[in-house]
Design a protein. Structure first.
Length: 321
């Protein structure tokens, strides 16, 4: 196997922690990571190096000969990274896009990261869509964002890295007087013949419109035509009141006047959320953000798909990576 052209220092940090603790749970606690995430990182490092680094059994973990050989090199790389961060990395805030103030996943991850690393500065931004935010990340005007990574154009994905965070159950925002508002849950079959707004025409969110297209396909659900871009909660509420179309959203979408949020079922459609950042970005607050995402995903079961949950095949592959 050819030598890798790039190794994520985070993978080396996980390897060193396990090598020093010789115990995955203790190493994960030391790094404020979910054990599952740490195990996944070690396996990825082994794949990239083409070498087995640990002998694992139910009772103990030991280094292989290749693991022993890697350890001093990994320590030197991490020391150099720490020296670099001490000189440059910690002075600048990490700029984190949360899409919009009402969406919970990114906000909760950001709050946990601030608790994990209170000495660092993580600043929230609101770009309303991963496609738009990804362009800002690649331009260096943002550092990280959240959203549907599989829905990005290949040219954008090529410059980014991602970490799966959550399968968010999807929902409808309905006017109170809409016939479906009387239901506690809305079966997808009940939407046949309905016209549903899913951001069509919004240049910031084509990944969301594409997810809706895949969900609606073959079910007789019509995507609402493009509407003027509503900036801000007040404008969104006004436009919704004018068009009266149900709006595709997620179950934690914030309540708005004269509307109700109803989960979609049969099947439960899932919106895949990843943490996305620029390739090669080195910043201690990014590490805190990634740890926070892993811890919340494990504690809340965010990456456990409900039985019969719907997700496009391309997204399944991305979320399994």
């Amino acid at each position: 196997m050819p030598a890798p052209s790039h190794l994520d220092p985070r993978l080396l940090r996980g390897f060193v922690a396990v090598a020093e603790e010789l115990h995955f749970t203790r190493a994960a606690n030391r790094l404020y990571l979910a054990q599952q995430a740490l195990s996944r990182d070690v396996r990825r490092l082994e794949r990239e190096l083409g070498a087995e680094l640990f002998v694992r059994s139910t009772r103990q973990v030991t280094l292989t000969a290749d693991g022993e050989r890697l350890l001093p090199y990994a320590r030197r790389v991490l020391q150099a990274q720490d020296d670099l961060l001490a000189a440059f990395g910690q002075a600048r805030p990490l700029l984190v896009d949360l899409n919009s103030p009402g969406l919970a996943t990114g906000r909760r991850v950001l709050h946990r990261a601030r608790a994990l690393a209170p000495e660092l500065e993580l600043m929230a931004r609101y770009e309303s869509g991963l496609t738009w935010a990804a362009s800002e990340v690649l331009a260096g005007r943002l550092d990280a964002s959240f959203g549907r990574y599989a829905g990005l154009a290949p040219a954008l994905r090529a410059g980014l890295e991602q970490q799966p965070v959550r399968y968010e159950p999807m929902a409808l925002v309905l006017p109170e007087e809409h016939p479906l508002a009387a239901l506690p849950e809305v079966p997808l079959a009940a939407l046949a013949g309905e016209t549903v707004y899913a951001g069509a025409g919004n240049p910031r969110t084509p990944e969301w419109t594409d997810l809706a297209r895949l969900l609606f396909e073959g079910r007789g659900i019509v995507t609402a035509p493009p509407a003027p871009l509503a900036v801000g909660e007040e404008e969104f509420e006004r436009l919704m009141a004018k068009t009266r179309h149900p709006v595709l959203a997620v179950t934690e979408f914030p309540a708005m006047p004269a509307t109700v949020v109803r989960p979609l079922v049969d099947p439960v459609p899932l919106s895949p959320v990843s943490l996305v950042w620029r390739k090669g970005l080195v910043h201690p607050a990014l590490e805190a953000l990634r740890r926070a995402a892993g811890l919340l995903a494990e504690a809340e079961g965010w990456l456990r798909r409900p039985a019969g949950g719907w997700i496009p095949a391309g997204d399944q592959k991305v979320m399994a990576s």
